[in-house]
Design a protein around this ligand. Structure first.
Ligand code: GUN
Length: 284
């Protein structure tokens, strides 16, 4: 039976540190603010945005929500991003993805000022991650790294397998693991014999969005398993990409869903917002 990695507890520690930093900045006359933009009425996006705003409130970060209708044009959204880029009390800009199909996500991401890009999605920040000199961490991968570190594993020379190649999770996750001297394999929908690759993993990160994709026969005994999936099962219950009940019998440590990666993503976003405020005030 594996150790359950408690994302709620670990994220609470991160948030405590962020809250302390926010208070210290306030004493120096620096207020920290995040703008959250949501377009349309995707129910999952609404849940995430509410959770981000609530956490801001708990940590003393001011948040402004911009809820735009589903039929918003690309020009309108770009104009709002421009306005937020120029607004000094906004340190971080988060445009919740996905966006409606009439809007080109790439153009919107490119329009966000890199210094306010608290998701680290802008090409400038992605490039910095690639060369290993970054200040803004991609939220979900950074959260996963904190969870991996909590197990005490030394990643040097370990084989880490990332299943999923998205710009938000898979690709930056692979980079962060590489920076810690792991040997990294990225798998995706065209990978041949996924099972045999996964079986080699000392650390297995699943970020695909497919319920029970990772079964117990795909996991090496003693592996650390990080489940980034956020799916709904047939009963509408939140579940990850990993068959938790079976894999937890094989892995040495595993994240649950919910209560694993999810809370860490938000905690990292808060940390990035403080970093952005420091950058903009010449404190970094
Ligand atoms: N949609 C799913 N995950 C994310 C995220 O980390 N940031 C943003 N902006 N949108 C998302």
């Amino acid at each position: 039976m594996s150790r359950i990695i408690d994302g709620k507890a670990i994220s609470a520690q991160v948030k405590e540190n962020v809250g302390r930093e926010v208070a210290e900045l306030k004493e120096k006359g620096v207020a920290v603010g995040l703008a959250v933009v949501i377009v349309g009425d995707d129910p999952a996006s609404r849940v995430y945005v509410n959770s981000k705003k609530k956490t801001c409130g708990e940590l003393g970060i001011s948040s402004e929500e911009y809820a735009l209708p589903a039929e918003t044009t690309e020009e309108e959204l770009l104009a709002l991003v421009q306005k937020l880029n120029e607004k000094p009390e906004v340190n971080g800009i988060l445009v919740q993805l996905p966006l409606p199909k009439q809007i080109d996500e790439k153009k919107v991401i490119a329009a966000i000022s890199p210094q306010k890009d608290v998701d680290a999605f802008h090409a400038e920040n992605v490039g910095k991650i690639m060369i290993g000199s970054y200040q803004m961490l991609p939220c979900t991968p950074a959260g996963c790294m904190d969870l991996i570190h909590s197990t005490g594993i030394d990643l040097t020379g370990k084989h880490c397998v990332v299943v999923g190649r998205s710009n938000i999770v898979g690709k930056p996750m692979a980079m962060l693991l590489l920076h810690e001297n792991a040997t990294v394999t990225i798998c995706h929908s065209r990978t041949r014999d996924l099972k045999s690759v996964c079986l080699q993993a000392d650390v297995l990160v699943a970020a695909v969005g497919k319920e029970k994709l990772i079964t117990a026969d795909m996991v090496k005994p003693g592996a650390v398993v990080i489940d980034v999936g956020m799916n709904r099962d047939a009963n509408g219950k939140l579940c990850g990409d990993v068959d938790f009940a079976a894999v937890s019998q094989v892995a040495s440590a595993i994240t649950p869903v919910p209560g694993g990666v999810g809370p860490m993503t938000i905690a990292t976003l808060m940390r990035n917002t403080v970093t952005a405020a420091k950058l903009q005030n010449g404190l970094l």
